[in-house]
Design a protein around this ligand. Structure first.
Ligand code: KIV
Length: 282
């Protein structure tokens, strides 16, 4: 399969073929996504929580995101690689946003960056990054980096005011040059209106049917412990499987059942004799 490009994504969108996106944060995650043949891999700043253990996406730094992004790049061949720019790395100015976006392209091999929000300053950032030659995926609806300002982690577009704002923001990000938009935690009917309005693909997460879907890899694999959002579907229970496997290992180490003969190297007669001779010298 050849590498997925923006025109290839646009073609899929025009043909009505769903676009599949999943997050990844390391080499094995990227390999799983690649083997599954997904169209887009997102190095989401959700990695701050699901792999780095922060309590939100806010603290993660650009340098930390770049480490994750480089590992994912090494595991990705055909999928289109999008990297989240973390909170604080684009807010100060268009120049700061361009500098951050370029770092993801040069230092991690990103094909595009994703920016949350559709306010006037965010549109200015999108324009500047696109003008610098870096493709942008926009992210509207529930934007975790600014969840506090949105009143918490709650669905957006459920009131007249937020629904109208979503429409304005969606038009805005498309006009600013985003080639794709992630829509998070938005009522299905509002997503349908946005899909009808926009010519760029919409990637939904908790937003009903869109041009495509994205899920957090650790959520879908069942690695994430504790509460997950309503829109998460688990396709495996790897956290349980991992805990069971480590418990079995610990039990076997304690009982002496591991390592067994098949996990051990055997010495040659010659090596054994030399070691014994060396011991006898003392
Ligand atoms: O950080 C992330 O994983 C995301 C997805 C939820 C879209 O932004």
């Amino acid at each position: 399969m050849s590498k997925i490009s923006i025109p290839a994504l646009a073609e899929k969108h025009a043909a009505g073929d769903p676009i599949v996106m999943v997050t990844a944060y390391d080499y094995p995650g990227a390999r799983a996504a690649e083997r599954a043949g997904v169209d887009m891999v997102l190095v989401g700043d959700s990695g701050a929580q699901v792999v780095l253990g922060y309590d939100s996406t806010v603290p993660v730094s650009t340098d930390e995101m770049l480490v994750l992004a480089r590992a994912v790049r090494r595991g990705t061949e055909t999928a289109f690689l999008v990297c989240d720019v973390p909170f604080g790395s684009t807010e100060l100015s268009d120049a700061q946003a361009v500098e951050t976006a370029i770092r993801f392209v040069k230092e991690a091999g990103a094909d595009a960056v994703k920016l949350e929000g559709g306010s006037a300053p965010r549109l200015s950032r999108i324009r500047a990054i696109v003008a610098a030659g870096v493709p942008v995926v926009a992210h509207l609806g529930l934007t975790p980096q600014t969840a506090t300002a949105l009143g918490g982690f709650r669905a957006q577009g459920r009131t007249a005011e937020t629904a109208a704002r979503l429409v304005r923001e969606a038009r805005g990000v498309q006009e600013a040059g985003a080639f794709c938009v992630v829509i998070e935690a938005v009522p299905t009917e509002i997503t349908q209106l946005l899909r009808q309005e926009l010519h760029i693909p919409t990637i939904g997460i908790g937003a009903g049917a869109a041009s495509g879907q994205v899920l957090v890899l650790n959520d879908l694999l069942g690695i994430t412990e504790g509460h997950t959002a309503k829109f998460v579907k688990r396709y495996a229970a790897l956290a349980d499987a991992a805990a069971e496997a480590v418990s079995a290992y610990a039990e076997e180490v304690r009982s002496g059942a591991f390592p067994a003969a098949e996990h051990c190297y055997a010495a040659t007669e010659e090596a054994l004799a030399a070691a014994r001779a060396e011991l006898a010298r003392r």
